[in-house]
Design a protein around this ligand. Sequence first.
Ligand code: UD1
Length: 376
Amino acid sequence: MGPVMCIVGARPNFMKMAPILRALAAHAPPIPALLVHTGQHYDASMSDQLFADLRLPRPDINLEVGSGTHAAQTAEVMKRFEPALDEHRPSCVLVVGDVNSTLACTLVAVKKGVPVAHVEAGLRSYDRKMPEEINRVLTDQVADRLYTTERSALANLQREGVDAARVCFAGNVMIDSLLANRDAARPAADTLRAHGLDPAVLLHPRGYGVVTLHRPSNVDTPQTLAMLLTVLREISAQLPLVFALHPRTRGNIDKFGLGSLLDPATMLLLPPQGYLEMIGLMSGATVVLTDSGGLQEETTALGVPCLTLRENTERPITVEQGTNTMVGRDLAAIRAGVAEILAGKGKRGRVPELWDGHAAERIAADLFLWLRAGAA
Ligand code: UD1
């Protein structure tokens, strides 16, 4: 059996791929794998630190594409991935999630007749203004084997004409990583101390909140970013907030001159955090305010209330069963959501089906049979 070429590109891919690589190696017989990093994320804090935290092996191949417009980045991944694919003749290409690297490698492989397996298939926000939605729809349309994290994904895929026989409900590999690393999480106080911040703030009677924002729709226009920072500052007067700032957001706060909207006493700014630091920060939080996809799932698994600053979610199970509430960019909804949680009425939720720490094993078992049957 030729190797399975496993693709990672951006931060949210790393925690999904780590358990898959371990499960491929642990399968009997072992399934050979090659790890390809496209280099979409390249900063030490966005990439190397996560590789170390997640005990990911060094990539066998690094395409070093770096940043660019969506077109340039996607095209560059495609150009650089093609010769690697030709050289290694894999039995299949395995992609995860919805980033530009996911779609780029999928397109290259399917056009060369190399089968593609997509992990985290079928999620839909039904918002085509999101670049990730375009990546999801197109990847699922042409990939051969589709692994889903929640049952609603199958209905989404069938609506797009995908044959249910291509779909396998495997559970959530992101939660495999969370459960495998939970005990190694770094205490929030240590994380603050490491960045020269006073951990006493964590002892506030209401606890503390964690904030991450990076979606272009929230951070790329000065008005929206200023509005969100203003409401967050207001919240921070009641509940101190710890921000883990994505490079895009950090850059835009500086570019738009919005630094004065931040109150350094109650809004603690951190650079992008490692995986163990993020789990530690979230686990102890009173609330997480975010526009990330992954954090919506992780807070549900941790039982921590989450307010999602987006109009829609491709992960509805986190709202229906988990701890997630969509508040959009609606200031009244954001304030009401925080007030409810501070009054002790936040969602407790329950852990969704097959978010049990064994999704990657189910994927490896299915992938083996599928490849042996000719990956048709
Ligand atoms: C990408 C994913 C998004 C994911 C996010 C997590 C797509 C379409 N989007 O968005 O789904 O939630 O990653 O972070 O693939 N930058 C750095 N250093 C880095 C990486 C990026 O400084 O290591 C800066 C650059 O200025 C870059 C910008 O961040 O232009 C955006 O990076 P990019 O990978 O294009 O998209 P993200 O917004 O990170």
